[in-house]
Design a protein around this ligand. Structure first.
Ligand code: COI
Length: 362
């Protein structure tokens, strides 16, 4: 499916762009334009626009504001050594956006339209792409129910929007590694719920525990399963991996993707890249009690978070009630974490010939 985009060009404020490219703080400086596409159950997808980035009107009765019919994606455009721009695995993001929509009783945006929106965006704001390694144009496609009236049923009218912002590292790299706080009181997702969808409610429901984690001096919440409150699920917005030595072999362990865990594009990429580095990956349940024990006896060598915004980020500490467990050297990412991080960045910047299929030139 294709649509003809109506293009309304913004004035470029070069000083604002130069400052954004210098500072590279996450999400703080949207580029000049955004894309919008409307949906109505009687008309399907229509009215595709490139327009100046800025506020749009939302009626107070809009369903997204009351019943949370809202989903989003986070994805990245990287620069290559040859001066090109490439989107990292946009097909997987388009597919997940469709799955999230289906879970939330929203119309799945055709993948071709998702890609077209991305291409239109890159054609007007490609000059906002920063140039250093690890920097990118972070893209935020999202969709929400706009229909007026408060009756409780799925909306019949939606807006898709995509905007972008130049990004550097999500975490301050001088900090070295992240610390995570284990939430026992609150859960992020339960079986049969929306945990695997990238829907706004998952994030809103996580913020109280996040606030608690920060008050405990930590960067992120480490979520446990809803039933036993014993098995590691994910972090707030990132997946989690452990590097464990088992019978002399270094193994990468991560909880299996399920209906309570977001099936991260970076997670999947890390699993595939681990194979390139000769590492065996085990997708199996990880008990929090075992993590503390393995950290004590030295089997747990490294732990890291991964996600689109954060890339691969080392975890050096788990704070969990009376446990304050340190993993590896707190200030230095371990060898496996570093190797995976660098390999992923090499792929993202177009330096790995065997992984070029993951990149879509824009
Ligand atoms: C991303 O990694 O792109 C996300 O959407 C997570 C968000 C919490 C920053």
């Amino acid at each position: 499916m294709t649509l003809t985009f109506i293009v309304d060009r913004a004035e470029t404020d070069q000083r604002r762009r130069d400052a954004a490219l210098r500072e590279l703080s996450f999400g703080a400086a949207p580029t000049d334009h955004m894309i919008t596409i409307e949906y109505h159950v009687d008309r399907g997808w229509h009215e595709a626009r490139v327009r100046p980035y800025g506020p749009f009107e939302v009626v107070p009765t809009s369903r997204a504001l009351h019943y949370g019919q809202g989903i989003f994606e986070g994805m990245k455009i990287f620069g290559t050594e040859e001066g090109g721009a490439v989107a990292f695995r946009p097909d997987l993001h388009a597919a997940r956006f469709r799955r999230s929509a289906e879970r939330m009783a929203m119309p799945p945006l055709p993948a071709e339209l998702f890609i077209e929106a991305l291409e239109m965006f890159a054609s007007v704001d490609g000059d906002w792409l920063p140039s250093g390694r690890g920097t990118s144009l972070y893209m935020r496609p999202f969709m929400f129910g706009t229909e007026e009236t408060l009756g409780f049923r799925p909306a019949r009218q939606f807006r898709f929007c995509l905007f972008g912002t130049p990004a550097g590292s999500y975490y301050d790299e001088s900090v070295g590694s992240l610390s995570v706080w284990v939430s026992h009181e609150h859960v992020r997702a339960a079986p049969g719920g929306t945990g695997a969808a990238k829907c706004v409610g998952n994030y809103g429901g996580s913020l109280l525990a996040h606030t608690r984690a920060v008050a405990e001096g930590c960067d992120q919440v480490l979520w446990l399963d809803a039933h036993d409150r014993a098995y590691v699920e994910e972090l707030g917005g990132m997946n989690v991996f452990c590097v464990v030595v088992e019978d002399g072999e270094t193994v990468l362990r991560t909880p299996p993707a399920s209906d309570t865990i977001l099936n991260g594009v970076t997670r999947r990429s890390v699993i595939e890249l681990a194979g390139d580095l000769g590492l065996r990956v085990v997708e199996d349940r990880l008990a929090i009690a075992d993590l503390h024990e393995m950290a004590q006896d030295g089997r747990l060598r490294e732990m890291f978070a991964c996600g689109t915004a954060a890339g691969v980020a080392a975890i050096g500490r788990i704070k969990d009630g009376e446990h304050d467990t340190r993993i590896g050297g707190e200030r230095t990412p371990g060898a496996v974490t570093s190797a995976l991080r660098e390999r992923l960045l090499d792929v993202q910047h177009g330096r790995v010939a065997s992984r070029m299929a993951w990149l879509r030139p824009l």
